[in-house]
Design a protein around this ligand. Structure first.
Ligand SMILES: NC(=O)c1ccc[n+]([C@@H]2O[C@H](COP(=O)([O-])OP(=O)(O)OC[C@H]3O[C@@H](n4cnc5c(N)ncnc54)[C@H](OP(=O)(O)O)[C@@H]3O)[C@@H](O)[C@H]2O)c1
Length: 282
């Protein structure tokens, strides 16, 4: 498994997303087993949010991780923008910790930019970090203008990561945000890295270049999409799956080394933007 360095913390480059998990009784056991399979096979970064199923995602993770050594995991959760004020944020965190059955998060993210002044949001996240209930804090759905503002407020530079939508079919942030983050050593957490597969990204895998490169690596198109997302050694991808087979394929994608030739062909098939694009958000 390819390991990335997240501001001094080593994390396997493929983790797991958990949106929509834990709410359906019929699939609960299968989803729990898939999370456990992922952890056992190296996908130890787990992304969730208080928003997901209004706590159901955090609850199923809490159930799944019982029995795993806590230090083996990198748990990421997020608070609603309307919980960005001091008291609400602390309460939101306590509720997330309770649902997850843990006493700390590795990373706590401001889910998307809201109305609370950014200097206050940062001060509140810093205060939580000082209590030890979160190891690090970060942001999500921030575009370059938001990141520039973030770096201008006290302690803004302590941001660990920014989580944005990024995949080969949606590479608007390649124009400005991603090069800027690399330059400032702020890693990306790429959500929807396979563009939600059949829901949104079904058309992407119909691409002949992608299929040819996949067959060259004896891989699936989705695995090539993941290998491409994590190609810079600076990005954590968090694909979501309910299937142990797909979980294994996703984990294995971290071992695919795309060649310069592959990358050039993929750039031709899925060109980099040549102008500013609005931030893609789901
Ligand atoms: N910060 C934010 O605002 C934000 C927004 C959206 C999402 N997220 C996070 O990012 C995570 C991932 O994003 P996402 O769930 O929207 O999209 P995604 O991971 O790109 O796509 C998930 C879909 O892809 C399929 N899939 C996964 N691996 C596959 C494989 N190897 N082969 C074929 N199909 C595969 C899954 O179906 P199967 O179950 O059949 O495998 C599922 O339908 C979320 O779970 C959430 O944690 C964050």
């Amino acid at each position: 498994m390819k390991i990335i360095n997240f501001k001094g913390v080593e994390i396997p480059a493929i983790g797991m997303g958990t949106w929509h998990m834990g709410s359906d009784k019929a699939t609960y056991d299968e989803q729990k087993a898939t999370i456990q399979y992922g952890i056992n096979h190296g996908a130890t970064a787990i992304d969730t949010a208080e928003q997901y199923g209004e706590g159901d995602s955090e609850r199923i993770i809490g159930d799944a991780i019982k029995g795993f050594p806590r230090e083996k995991l990198f748990l990421i959760s997020k608070f609603y923008p309307f919980h960005a004020e001091r008291k609400q944020m602390e309460k939101a965190l306590d509720n997330s910790l309770k649902r997850l059955g843990t006493d700390y998060l590795d990373l706590y993210l401001y889910h998307w930019p809201g109305g609370t002044p950014l200097n206050e949001v940062v001060a509140n996240m810093q205060a939580l970090q000082d209590t030890g209930k979160i190891k690090h804090w970060g942001v999500s759905n921030f575009d370059i203008s938001d990141m520039l503002e973030l770096l201008s407020v006290p302690n803004g530079l302590n941001v660990m990561a920014n989580e944005d939508l990024y995949n080969i079919g949606s590479r608007g942030i390649d124009y400005d945000l991603l090069p800027w983050q690399r330059e400032h050593d702020i890693p990306l957490i790429a959500y929807a890295p396979v563009d939600q597969a059949d829901t949104r990204g079904g058309a992407i895998i119909q691409n002949d270049t992608l299929t040819e490169i996949a067959s060259r690596h004896n891989a699936t198109e989705y695995q090539i999409m993941l290998a491409w997302v994590i190609r810079d050694g600076h990005t954590l991808a968090i694909p979501q799956t309910n299937s142990q087979k797909h979980m294994q394929e996703n984990i294995d994608a971290a071992n695919i080394e795309l060649t310069n030739d592959d990358l050039m062909l993929l750039d031709q098939a899925f060109p980099k933007p040549t102008s500013k694009k609005p931030l893609d958000i789901i």
